[in-house]
Write a protein that binds this ligand. Structure first.
Ligand SMILES: [Zn+2]
Length: 67
């Protein structure tokens, strides 16, 4: 089928800084290394070999908040 080449182009990681949360695109060569967020300057560790790529980074919603 049609595979997007963007998958092998770069790694997309999100800044762990809750006040930033900027999505950074780093080259594959940065795996296992630490990059700095260009927005807030936070050091972000780039994950190594990805076993399973997260399709939907859906945050768990509280759903029915039982008050
Ligand atoms: Zn940041």
């Amino acid at each position: 089928m049609s595979n997007s080449n963007l998958n092998a182009a770069s790694i997309r990681i999100m800044c762990p800084n809750l006040t930033c949360r900027k999505v950074l695109a780093v080259p594959q060569s940065c795996r296992g290394k630490t990059v700095r967020c260009r927005s807030c300057g936070t050091n972000i560790r780039v994950p190594g070999p990805v076993v399973e790529a997260p399709k939907n980074a859906a945050d768990q919603k509280p759903g029915t908040a039982a008050a």
